[in-house]
Design a protein around this ligand. Structure first.
Ligand code: AHG
Ligand code: MN
Ligand code: MN
Length: 364
């Protein structure tokens, strides 16, 4: 481009249309442009805040049992309207729709499937906090009869051909991977373009930051308790360094921070939930975020296996998620394996170990 900037369209044409990837196929760039158009419209609606008339509850519940905010419903509609008409999609799945939404008969159907969380972190809306949208693109399985039903979506996340999220913060950004690294675009509002600002993001292997909803501690399994306790013990504990904790209550905001500077995010198995599956939904939260994190050199596991290898049991099934900086996620995976083998080390409070502040040599 003349000014040296790479817009989202240029990036997609260069990446997908001029050098087609074997698994993506034609039309993916056009589909992602439509997703980006939905994101721009959502960004505009969110910027109006309370003036937009969309604050508060819709007085309805989605299939996960969560109370829907008005903006959950509005943003879902924006995604559907922007993406169902273009002849590229066969069907959609959303956090805010109970069943598969096949592309209506009045439109042509294509080869792609879209799963999305139109508004992530929606408890942050009414307090003007950071929220996001998350999406995942699959290709329709070869030979599957029209219209696509649930079975088309119930495949492990490693078959995704694209995944991304939008973060609606002080600036709106689109973070995307089509399988060749994770890249971020910033919305230039007055022009309406997404401009490439972060190429080939790499998550540092090490970190001193973790994010978890600590109010759930009593429901965690021993390996997660052990990890978090060791982080909290800081430099006088076995980790021998201090950690910081963060919790924004929006997976998008947490993953974005981790992509920008490293860290670990956990929504682990949880004794509150039936089947111990944690809180996050596999198809439109865990899978796309795990794809982006792996493409940036990080790891994403349930504790026991790679998230992207989990075969979904249902459209809205949940899965435990532990993702981020490679060495920390590997450590947490090891703690799970040690626990399964009954090899947990008994916890010793750092107040009583050799580095204790209470011992004369440490306090000197
Ligand atoms: P959503 O707003 O789409 O329902 O997702 C919220 C999710 C996730 O983004 C976040 O990490 C988590 O739920 C927040 O959980 P807590 O309510 O436990 O903070
Ligand atoms: Mn969500
Ligand atoms: Mn949501």
């Amino acid at each position: 481009m003349q000014d040296g900037r790479t817009t989202l369209s240029k990036f997609l044409i260069d990446t997908l249309d001029r050098r087609p990837s074997p698994h993506a196929g034609a039309g993916l760039s056009a589909l992602l442009i439509d997703v980006a158009a939905a994101i721009k419209q959502i960004s505009s609606a969110l910027t109006r805040g309370a003036l937009g008339g969309h604050y508060g509850s819709a007085q309805t519940f989605n299939t996960n049992g969560d109370e829907q905010k008005k903006l959950d419903v509005v943003t879902n509609e924006i995604f559907v309207q922007h993406c169902e008409w273009d002849g590229l999609l066969a069907a959609m799945v959303s956090e805010e729709m109970d069943d598969v939404h096949p592309v209506p008969d009045k439109y042509a159907r294509g080869d792609y499937l879209l799963a999305f969380d139109p508004l992530d972190g929606s408890s942050n809306i009414d307090v003007n906090g950071v929220v996001g949208s998350i999406f995942s693109v699959l290709r329709r399985p070869d030979g599957m009869a029209e219209p696509c039903g649930e079975a088309a979506f119930l495949r492990p996340g490693h078959v995704q051909v694209a995944a991304g999220y939008a973060i609606y913060g002080p600036s709106t950004m689109l973070v995307l991977s089509v399988g060749n690294g994770t890249h971020a675009f910033t919305l230039e509002r007055d022009v309406g373009n997404f401009v490439l600002t972060h190429t080939d993001i790499r998550i540092p292997d090490d970190t001193c930051e973790f994010a978890i909803n600590a109010s759930n501690e009593r429901f965690w399994e021993p390996p997660v308790r052990r990890y978090v306790q060791e982080c909290k013990d800081g430099r006088i504990g076995c980790r021998e360094r201090d950690f910081n904790m963060r919790w924004i209550a929006s997976m998008v905001a947490e993953v974005h921070r981790i992509l920008m500077r490293g860290g670990v995010f956990m929504y682990p198995r949880d004794f509150r939930t039936s089947g111990l599956e944690g809180r996050l939904r596999l198809l439109y939260e865990a899978n796309p975020m795990s794809f982006l994190v792996e493409q940036a050199g990080g790891l994403s596991i349930t504790g026991r296996e790679r998230v992207l290898d989990v075969v979904p049991r249902a459209l809205h099934c949940r899965v435990p998620v532990i993702l981020g900086s490679r060495n920390e996620v590997e450590r947490i995976g090891r703690y799970h394996r040690e626990h399964e083998r009954g090899e947990d080390k008994p916890y010793t409070s750092p107040l009583f170990n050799e580095r204790s502040l209470f011992l004369p040599e440490a306090s000197a």
